[in-house]
Design a protein around this ligand. Sequence first.
Ligand code: DQA
Length: 150
Amino acid sequence: TTVLVVNGPNLGRLGVRQPDVYGRQDLGTLRELCHQWGAELGLETVVRQSDDEAEMIHWMHEAADNGTPVVMNPAAFTHYSYALADAAHMVRDAGLPLMEVHISNPAARDEFRKRSVISPVATGTITGMGLFGYRLALEAVAHLVGGTGD
Ligand code: DQA
């Protein structure tokens, strides 16, 4: 199974952006970790990042059409993008898991981060576990698609 790991705006700045909140590891490292973790779980991972809402929506359409489960960190789009939420809904409608991941714990931060418009359409949400949250999300996908990750 191929899993799409999508990262939203400003996550291309991982490693330099608020390292106290998001850690010191960069997107390249996250990509390598996902490949490694995926391989252990019998999953192929494609890790992408975009600052562009339209591009992320397009990737959701592709995932729905191609039967690709999704791990998504919607970043700031989490809090207000109904368009991305609708696109995520289509992935779920296609019978596919969509795991929402946040590196930090948004519930413990600014008021505007406490609401996610993605959570109601996600299969599940993992927050506050740093990059390890992506591993947990991949394990959840492996479990849900009946792979070796149970
Ligand atoms: C984030 C949390 C969001 O509130 C924020 O806008 C991000 C990253 C996280 O991974 O903790 O860009 O999704």
